[in-house]
Design a protein around this ligand. Sequence first.
Ligand code: DGL
Length: 413
Amino acid sequence: MKRFLILLFTSSTFAADLVQHAREHSQGEVAYSFEVEALKKDTRDLPIGVFDSGIGGLTVLEAILTLDAFHNDTLQPGSDGKPDFADERFQYFGDQANMPYGNYSSAGRTDYLRELIVKDAIFLLGKRWFDPQTKSFKKDKPPVKALVIACNTATAYGIEDIRSALKAWGLPVIVVGVVEAGARGVQAAHRDGAVGVLATVGTCASGAYPRVIGQTLGLAGRSVPTITQQGSANLAGVIEGDPAFKESVAERCTTDVRELMQAHAKGGAASPLSTVVLGCTHFPLVQSEIDAAFTALRAEAAFEKLIAPKIQYVNPAEWTARELFRELATARIRASESTGRDTFYLSIPNPVRSDLKLTADGGLEKDFKYSRQPGELDREDSVNVPMTRERIPVTTRKLIETKLPEVWKRLAE
Ligand code: DGL
């Protein structure tokens, strides 16, 4: 009877198999499980979990680490010269082996993507990680007290599944996602005109940004502006310096911004685009190139009246950081004292599996990656290992070192 009720309750969640699997392995000994009791104690001094499809979410972690928008003692808004999360420690996870998440929807695999996203959350809640030195699993990782979904695509497809799963497990873990936070950013930044969203193809296909921006403005009693989206299949890869892409960041931004404006013009909207949401983790890193593309396009007669003289950019990362502070304060689970070092993990193809289809540089082959089905919980195509500076591809490493200094300082050699 009890099992029937559990199944009934979780049937509304997509990842019902995964929810049930974790429940049946409540000691956290096997893949995709966690120790339930460890999360039913005082969680204040546990780390905060932040996850993304890869390294892009480090932009969100940087925004969290550098936020000073509140007084740490009074919790009132306003800077006090001290980082708002000074006493907290973070546990970051990037699902590098299974990314890009933004392309699962066009491959017809959103079902598998949704399972991956719940697995990411379970990893952070759990104790199990893979030690590449001994090629064995260790079970000594602390669970996290909060989950920050630092990936726009993962928030768009997975935040409801994660919330339902936590409810089914009876865990009071805080969940903050970049899309809801980004919509609050629009509420603060937007005045007149239309809103543009630049994101991955998957995020745009989900319709999450227009829906959540509409709800947020609607709840605030504001009218909902025209919202035009443009999905980019390549910009995140180009920013990371992926050699598969031959174009420069500036060229890619020019193409994507032009496509966004063509879609805006085609929509028949008379109002100029005045607010742009940088709805992919990587895009705030190239805001100046995106802005240069808008400036160049404004000089063309066809777009002159459709682009406002000054564009307001919304970086959801900043708003996510504020949201996280408020949620921790409301739940009274801010760290009681300085709690130590941050840790970083990255997924890699499972080295003990000989049947995986791999590329020349050791990644999961594209066709294999996008052909998988959910529900096969007894196989681990990828394992999660400590992320060191060494394990990050050289071009990406440079990007982190130059643009995300607080994260870089915390990454182990
Ligand atoms: N992190 C993803 C996002 O913000 C971009 C990279 C990917 O497609 O995995 O949507």
